[in-house]
Design a protein around this ligand. Structure first.
Ligand code: MF3
Ligand code: CO
Length: 253
């Protein structure tokens, strides 16, 4: 069931989303060659907690026999697609790093991610970042009440593939707000005109994961880190948005 949020719920979701947005801004300012991913996670966790929030990821269970997610945020470098666990890895010039932040406050959630360059990066990686971010906005443009859900998916896929990259199939965007992950699941590929009808008051996270090479991914032995099977780089951008009868409202901007 897709939840329709009340005005009051939306206000709470907005509060969590603004902490997410500020945390991402802070992380972006701190990404540089030589910093450890655990240091970035600490900066994020401190900021979230000092604003009355809590990491929505730490302790998250994906079922099965993998460990609960141990980090405050997800940090995924180069061929890591998403769900990288912060640790001793030191960022190096020329890498790209995705930072993904989820916050819970007063029982409501916000979720967003972006990918940033570490120092100077190649032209190919610059294009990958631009295309992935643009594909998110192509998806957001379709997130209007009355539109079928997969218009979002089709818009993302079309833009990415037109630019010579591929969309990950195994992971999707999702409803968000009362829980971190709610219905509907929002694939980054699909056919225009299909899927449930979007309604005003839905809050969703759209999150294209775009690979420079094959769309195929696998999970590392840590049970969480998703990597490209060909070792080529991947980028990830995500926003939580509110569906309205007009332009969608980006809550994590
Ligand atoms: N933004 C990601 C998602 O929506 C991050 C989830 S990490 C997890 O799936 F640990 F919470 F799973
Ligand atoms: Co998400």
């Amino acid at each position: 069931m897709i939840l329709i949020k009340t005005k009051k719920e939306i206000d709470y979701i907005k509060e969590s989303c603004s902490i997410v947005a500020e945390t991402l801004r802070l992380l972006k300012a701190n990404v540089k060659p030589g910093i450890k991913t655990s240091e970035l996670a600490q900066i994020a966790d401190d900021y979230i907690q000092s604003n009355g929030g809590k990491s929505a990821f730490k302790g998250y269970s994906q079922g099965g026999d993998s460990i609960d997610y141990p980090g405050a945020i997800c940090i995924s470098v180069d061929s890591e697609v998403v769900h990288g666990i912060p640790g001793e890895r030191v960022l190096r010039n020329g890498e790209i790093v995705s930072v993904d932040v989820g916050v819970e406050k007063k029982g409501y959630f916000g979720d967003a991610a972006l990918t940033v360059p570490v120092g100077e990066i190649s032209e190919e990686k610059k294009k990958l970042l631009e295309v992935t971010q643009q594909s998110l906005y192509k998806g957001i443009d379709e997130a209007v009440a009355g539109n079928p859900l997969h218009n979002i998916s089709a818009a993302v896929q079309e833009y990415v593939e037109k630019n010579g990259f591929s969309v990950v199939r195994d992971l999707c965007g999702h409803g968000v707000g009362k829980y971190l992950h709610e219905a509907p699941s929002i694939p980054n590929y699909g056919r225009k005109g299909t899927g449930v009808k979007l309604k005003s008051g839905m809050t969703i996270a759209i999150e294209p994961m775009v690979n420079a090479g094959t769309y195929r991914v696998k999970v590392e032995p840590d049970g969480w880190t998703v990597v490209t099977t060909d070792g080529m780089p991947s980028a990830h951008f995500e926003h939580t948005i509110l569906i309205t009868n007009g332009k969608p409202e980006i809550l994590t901007a």
